[in-house]
Ligand binder design. Structure first.
Ligand SMILES: [Zn+2]
Ligand SMILES: [Zn+2]
Ligand SMILES: [Zn+2]
Length: 442
């Protein structure tokens, strides 16, 4: 705990600066943040409204903030009051909704992304937008047309875009915009977008941010943010995929998204990756098979090595440097101090790996209780071949008269059933014992 408190220079600086604001004249604050290292570590923790308020203090601050590269690199608009206010009014059928309905020239995009477009065009006029490399719009009203512009319009230089839990987004049109951006005939160096957060839920840290200087002073904001960052780091459970194993993406992801990830492969990274199981045609160990079964699928599970061979037929996914950055899943929370793909994909623990798999590839192979699984090379159960394809004639495995895993007679005599009803043999016994205890309990 003490390590997390004292060894992080960012937080030490934040605390120092937070007390500086209230105790010494403004010139000292200027002197402190005039150090570009300090400034670059503090700025990402401030909302755009706070930065602009600071810039409005006097000419020196304005010049410092507008002339230092990277000050507007990370733009989080999720806490702009005006954006939430407008959306709430729309949602509740208030005054704005009725007024806008009267104007027949207003398009659906104008209507739903109007407030956000208004702010973005103000930032563009002030030459702030062109410097934004990370744009966080989680939970706001964001249309696919706006996403198309952010991805394809020259006015934007966004490398990392986060649109988790957004409202009014047409996902099919978003996929079209992404596939257009990654088309084989695209311009060299395009698209600028390298990372798209869209599948996960918005960061808890971001959701706890206060709304800006109108609601509280900058010093209070810094204090709150340093506390939130500390609380978040203390309860950090490790990175999804790399550290946490088992089900990572709770909702099923459509085939259309899997096709889109394949079309964007190596160009735009997502907060999800494709399953590389041998039955998929995008797998490095694909050996051919029926077309319907070989379609790409988004991995919803992260696994360790197979329980028997400690490997996987397709190999492991390793951190940056071994596996290509663009093939790695984006990690949450979003990186604050950098807008690089590497920062967004590098896990805290460098000595780690995982196997991304879709549910269909681990059905009857994976125990949902202890996360163990048996790979296609080690376990060729009736109904699924070693290439992972399901045979057209599926032998009856689910025979109710057979209770013992080991007694089930499969075509390969030495093979014993590893997983039944989602549980391995030891976990089935444990579950049965627990149920027995519950029945005989007081
Ligand atoms: Zn194995
Ligand atoms: Zn799969
Ligand atoms: Zn188990």
């Amino acid at each position: 705990m003490s390590l997390a408190t004292f060894n992080d220079p960012t937080r030490e600086e934040l605390q120092l600066l937070a007390s500086t604001v209230t105790e010494v004249p403004t010139t000292s604050l200027y002197g402190t943040i005039h150090n570009s290292l300090v400034l670059s570590h503090v700025i990402p923790y401030l909302s755009i409204s706070s930065i602009l308020s600071l810039a409005a203090t006097n000419r020196a601050f304005r010049e410092l903030l507008f002339s230092t590269p990277g000050v507007f690199r990370h733009l989080d608009l999720t806490h702009i009051k005006a954006l939430k206010f407008e959306i709430d009014k729309i949602d509740h059928g208030g005054e704005v909704w009725r007024n806008v309905q009267l104007d027949e020239n207003v398009t659906e995009d104008d209507f739903y992304s109007g407030p956000l477009r208004g702010i973005l065009s103000t930032l563009k006029r002030q030459h702030i937008l062109e410097n934004v490399q990370t744009l966080v719009l989680d939970g706001l009203s964001v249309t696919s047309e706006l996403c198309h512009d952010i991805i394809n319009d020259a006015a934007f230089n966004v490398r990392v875009l986060s649109i988790r839990d957004v409202k009014n987004l047409n996902q099919a049109k978003l996929r079209q915009a992404l596939q257009y951006a990654c088309r084989p005939t695209r311009r060299a160096g395009s698209p600028k977008l390298k990372a798209l957060y869209v599948f996960g839920s918005r960061d808890v840290l971001a959701a706890a941010k206060p709304s800006g200087p109108s609601a509280s002073s900058i010093s209070t904001e810094w204090n709150k943010k340093s506390q939130t960052a500390l609380a978040s780091s203390l309860k950090q459970e490790g990175d999804a995929w790399w550290h946490k194993k088992g089900r990572i993406i709770p909702r099923p992801v459509s085939q259309e998204w899997a096709n889109c990830l394949l079309a964007c492969r190596g160009i735009i990274a997502f907060d999800a990756v494709l399953c590389q199981g041998p039955r998929h045609r995008n797998s490095p160990v694909y050996k051919g098979g029926s077309d319907a079964d070989s379609a790409p699928a988004v991995a919803t599970y992260a696994l360790s090595g197979c329980e028997n061979c400690h490997k996987a037929p397709e190999g492991f996914t390793y951190p940056s440097g071994i596996s290509p950055d663009a093939s790695l899943p984006l990690l949450a929370p979003l990186p604050l101090l950098s807008s690089s793909l590497r920062a967004a994909t590098t896990p805290k623990d460098a000595d780690t790996s995982f196997v991304p798999r879709c549910m269909d590839c681990i059905r009857e192979r994976y125990c949902t209780s202890c996360n163990k699984w048996w790979c296609e090379s080690c376990y060729d159960f009736s109904g699924q071949s070693s290439s992972g394809h399901y045979a057209t004639q599926i032998a009856i495995v689910d025979d109710d008269t057979v209770n013992d895993f080991g007694d089930l007679d499969l075509e390969v005599p030495t093979m014993k059933v590893k997983v039944r009803n989602g549980l391995c043999h030891p976990c089935t016994l444990t579950r049965a014992q627990e149920e027995e205890n519950d029945k005989s309990g007081p």
